[in-house]
Design a protein around this ligand. Structure first.
Ligand code: ATP
Length: 488
């Protein structure tokens, strides 16, 4: 598959020009792999977050949501395995001093081969890499890099160090003074939101009187000291995750894993995004906590990449928290086991996790929506950029545009704004020609524009202009609210 570098660049520029995403601290030349969401980006992100939250906590009666703190007791990260295992194999180029994540370096090389039409070789290298990674064979991986003459993009040389492990957690200190005994005060910025759910498992189960199977959902910031931090918001050092841990009876994990795989894929496709742009990718190398795992991959402009992970985490986390905290993390199951006719009794639940990056989902929605259209006719050259967002996610649902700034038209437009603005996000604009205003709304992905003109004064009708088809229809102003509400 050709990598649409130009499309990604166009999306990055568009996001900046139209107030979706800015580089962080831009006046100081930015901060690598950290981004700020602007006025329309924040709306789109919030709509994606709310849609996920509602799908999880409203459409499933046995899932509730929490909001745990970013800082957690440092022992959490020992129990979870992150202190010892949250490493990525890295390699440095001795000439440029640039550090690469080994899998990313090899994947980028494979992408280049693919772009040059050498699909077989590209796939063979990826297969070899996955095999070597699954065995932690760092000598073999280095040999793979050297025999394929994979070069550093900066120095252009193949002068590599040995491969080493690098922990991805950020740490800081608690307390007013930097202690001489730094380890005592050391706290981590959470690298995943999941642990906030595990340590609250019993709190929620007891206070919510939850019966297994049940889930706990959470949306929040996570932090990872990513080494290869490029590709815009695809890989950031500060990002947001939307995670759900589903607690189940041991032995039922296979069926629930399959259930959540189907459920999550359906969620994606129900947004109107073509199913062909998605695929599952089973993990060759399982994380330290998993007995089965796959990614939902999407065809981003940078190729098929992970947007969401579905992991069967066994009882790894709860068991370890029980061991490290010395507090029982058990559930008493009253249901009768048909094999014995007695209650299942006490056990540490197993867990299926669904974990999706909010920022990656944002990039997915943006990449799928972004279209450059040539609208030229024999008479004149014309083009537009349109963001074809699903209506329920669009930052602005309705633009209200009085044709002129006089003759009572703004007053009528304000009436429509007042009728609609408490129901969905509306935008009022009276500057520039109507054509220019339509184009600006296309570039923000606004599905409906309403023009108030002189006829409105006579018969109470307005022109509704539809973003995707650019069709214009005449409807009663009093019907606009229900027309928009009925579309999402
Ligand atoms: P990757 O292999 O791309 O590093 P991962 O397998 O480490 O991702 P998980 O730990 O499974 O990712 O995290 C769940 C989700 O969180 C991912 O599917 C992704 O959408 C998101 N995510 C993870 N790391 C980042 C990051 N650095 N920036 C943005 N989103 C991220």
């Amino acid at each position: 598959m050709a990598i649409e570098t130009n499309k990604l660049q166009s999306i990055i520029s568009h996001c900046k020009e139209y107030g979706f995403i800015f580089p962080s601290s831009e006046i100081y030349d930015g901060l690598q792999a950290v981004y700020d969401y602007g006025q329309w980006g924040a709306e789109l992100k919030k709509n994606i977050r709310d849609h996920w939250w509602n799908s999880m906590t409203r459409m499933h009666e046995n899932i509730v949501g929490i909001d745990a703190a970013i800082f957690m007791h440092p022992t959490v990260w020992k129990a979870s395995g992150h202190v010892d295992n949250f490493n990525d194999p890295m390699i440095d180029n001795k000439d440029s001093k640039k550090r690469y994540r080994v899998d990313h370096l090899i994947e980028a090389f494979s992408d280049e081969l693919q772009a040059a039409g050498q699909d077989d070789k590209a796939n063979e290298i990826l297969t070899q890499m996955e095999l070597l990674l699954s065995k932690d064979d760092f000598i073999g991986l280095k040999k793979l890099i050297e025999t394929n003459n994979i070069k550093c993009a900066i120095s252009g040389t193949c002068n590599w160090t040995d491969i080493r492990q690098f922990n991805l957690m950020f740490s800081t200190e608690f307390g007013s003074t930097a202690s001489s005994d730094e380890e005592d005060n050391k706290v981590y910025l959470r690298p995943e939101t999941a642990q906030g759910i595990f340590v609250n498992f019993l709190n929620v189960q007891k206070t919510g009187r939850m019966k297994i199977p049940f889930g706990i959902a959470q949306v929040g910031k996570a932090f990872r000291n990513e080494i290869v931090a490029r590709q815009f918001i695809f890989r950031m050092r500060e990002f947001e995750q939307m995670e759900m841990q589903f607690f189940i009876r041991p032995g039922t994990q296979k069926e629930w894993y399959e259930f959540w795989k189907t459920e999550r894929m359906n969620w994606h496709v129900a947004l109107g995004i073509p199913a062909a742009k998605y695929k599952f990718h089973d993990h060759a190398k399982l994380a330290h906590y998993a007995d089965a795992a796959c990614d939902i991959e999407f065809e981003f402009p940078i190729g098929f990449k992970e947007v969401e992970g579905i992991h069967s985490r066994t009882d790894f986390d709860l068991k370890n928290h029980q061991e490290f905290s010395k507090k029982k993390q058990q559930y008493f199951d009253n249901d009768l086991d048909p094999a014995t006719g007695k209650p299942y009794g006490n056990y540490i639940p197993y867990v299926i996790e669904t974990s999706i990056g909010l920022d990656r989902m944002f990039l997915l929605i943006m990449s799928n929506a972004y279209e450059e259209q040539d609208l030229s006719t024999a008479e004149k050259q014309d083009s537009r950029v349109v963001l074809k967002f699903p209506v329920k996610l669009a930052p602005i649902k309705l633009a209200v545009l009085p044709l002129m700034k006089k003759d009572g038209l703004p007053e009528l437009a304000r009436q429509l704004m007042d009728d609609c603005k408490s129901h969905f996000k509306c935008f009022y604009e009276e500057k520039d020609t109507i054509g220019k205003r339509y184009r600006r709304m296309d570039a923000l992905g606004t599905p409906f524009c309403v023009t108030i003109d002189h006829q409105t004064k006579e018969d109470g009708t307005v022109t509704v202009r539809h973003r995707d088809s650019m069709e214009q229809t005449r409807v009663a102003m009093s019907e606009v609210k229900s027309l928009v509400l009925g579309s999402f």
